[in-house]
Ligand binder design. Structure first.
Ligand code: NDP
Length: 456
């Protein structure tokens, strides 16, 4: 018998928290999960899932245009924002319900209110209830940060609000060239919005391979996004019929909505963490070890609140590993190497492993294999679509260090390539693998000659 009310109280029913709660309960632990918003967290409610649905909606724009080359006559097309919003809402309500049901089935108590840490082994809830627990898992995720702090910024919205705007923004300014900025710019320009993208750098997606960054910029511009590279707003003024945004390059943009996508920060404020002795980083992230344990031995944290690799599957894996270690008698630390990632712009990006700059710094002799080609579909559609692929190979060991793809299904390819790279694939393994024809991915096993060799 435990001396505590619970073995585990999880704060936050998002991807990481829900997985940890279910697995812990499966190991026989008495578990509660506290959630003040909707069950499912950012990914399900206002992140990856609705985003991908909106990306799918946006790509019909290209499909309609491409169809003529294949003999189809497409009549007048019209996009209805409210239909998409309500269909999305139905789907995420279904998913959120499934998450709650699964927690229920696992025997996890769902406490639908905010919980805060009230000591190393205590949690207090908004209604005054207080429970004791052997372990606390903080899985509260992150929230959008709003930059730059300029007059009128209160008129801007974040990714939390954009999915459910009452009216479709016919003119949209996106601030920030990270994942969220480029994905929404790519979606809204295809849904028919006049779309501006303002970012302080020349290229989007800092940290990604330079060639992908350049090609994505070109792809966004080709789709009609008006790029304001190196320019940021200085003031937003609400007028009767628009938001007038003064830019630091002297231009004024008149738009219906301003989306701020300048990063996210860990949600740790007001959670009682400092008082309990939990060490935080400067940006508020909880400091954890390889087992997701904080500086207080009974308090753990997983997912975006730890600011390691802020991706849903990573949070899920961290939550699972924590539960297996704390309650399953296993010893599981999460390996954060070779995590594949996709950016669901059109063109899409899929990537795994080192960028060319990183690989170049780590190897004596780097072989860079590249190819760029028109996908078969473009031959009949006559679209300007291009695919780009880059394989980075250590010239000494022949090991594949990174693969970077821009084009259709790049994300799907990156997922499978991650398996090969984790197995330690060499370029010779790629070469010996039979091509699957006709496919885009076959180009990955048919690149014979390096485009360049970088020696150090
Ligand atoms: P990112 O960190 O990806 O990008 C932030 C952007 O905002 C960058 O372009 C950055 O510019 C810019 N920026 C930061 N601070 C300022 C400032 N003070 N003034 C002007 N510009 C600024 O954040 P996002 O909000 O796009 O996404 C948050 C996280 O969500 C991502 O990091 C990712 O982990 C996750 N995510 C993942 C997705 C996926 O896997 N497909 C999709 C969406 C989100 P600069 O580059 O110059 O620093």
């Amino acid at each position: 018998m435990t001396e505590y009310d619970f073995d585990l109280v999880v704060l936050g029913a998002g991807s990481g928290g829900v997985r940890a709660a279910r697995i812990a309960a499966g190991h026989g632990a008495k578990v509660a999960v506290a959630e003040e918003f909707r069950i499912g967290g950012t990914c399900v409610i206002r992140g990856c899932v609705p985003k991908k649905l909106y990306v799918m909606a946006s790509r019909f724009h290209d499909d309609f245009a491409d169809a003529a080359g294949f003999g189809w006559t497409v009549g007048e097309t019209r996009f209805d924002w409210r239909t998409l919003v309500s269909a999305k809402e139905a789907e995420i309500t279904r998913l959120s319900g499934l998450y709650a049901q699964n927690l229920d089935k696992s025997g996890v108590e769902i406490i639908r209110q905010r919980g805060v840490v009230a000591g190393p082994n205590a949690v207090a809830f908004a209604d005054g209830r207080r429970v004791t627990t052997r372990y606390i898992l903080v899985a509260t995720g992150g929230a959008p940060t709003v930059h730059p702090q300029i007059p009128g910024i209160e008129h801007a919205i974040s990714s939390n609000e954009i999915f459910d705007l009452a009216e479709f923004p016919r003119r949209l300014l996106v601030i920030g060239g990270g994942y969220i900025g480029v994905e929404f710019a790519s979606v809204f320009v295809r849904l028919g919005a006049q779309t501006h993208l303002a970012m302080r750098s020349d290229l989007p997606l800092r940290g990604f391979d330079e060639d992908l960054r350049r090609l994505l910029r070109d792809g966004l511009v080709a789709a009609g996004v008006e790029l304001h590279a190196g320019a940021l707003p200085t003031r937003i003024e609400k007028r009767a019929d628009c938001l007038a945004v003064a830019m630091d390059d002297g231009k004024t943009l008149e738009v219906d909505a301003v989306l701020v996508a300048t990063g996210r920060a860990p949600l740790t404020q007001g959670l009682g963490l400092e008082a309990a002795g939990v060490a935080l980083k400067e940006n508020g992230a909880i400091v954890v070890d390889a087992y997701s344990r904080s500086s207080v031995p009974s308090i753990y944290a997983v997912g975006d609140v730890t600011d390691r690799l802020n991706l849903t599957p990573v949070a899920i894996r961290e939550g699972h590993a924590f539960a297996d270690t704390a309650f399953g008698g296993l010893d599981v630390a999460v390996d954060h190497a070779l995590v594949p990632t996709a950016v669901f712009t059109t063109p899409e990006i899929g990537t795994v492993g080192l960028t060319e700059a990183e690989a170049g710094a780590q190897t004596k002799r780097l072989l860079v294999y590249e190819t760029s080609f028109r996908p078969m579909r473009a031959t009949l559609s006559k679209s300007a679509e291009k695919v780009f692929m880059k394989i980075l190979v250590d010239g000494e060991s022949d090991r594949v260090l990174g693969v970077h793809i821009l084009g259709p299904e790049a994300g799907e390819m990156a997922q499978l390539l991650a398996i090969a790279l984790r197995l330690g694939a060499r370029k010779s393994d790629f070469d010996q693998t039979m091509a699957l024809h006709p496919s885009l991915a076959e180009e990955l096993v048919t690149m014979r000659t390096p485009s360049r060799i970088v020696e150090r």
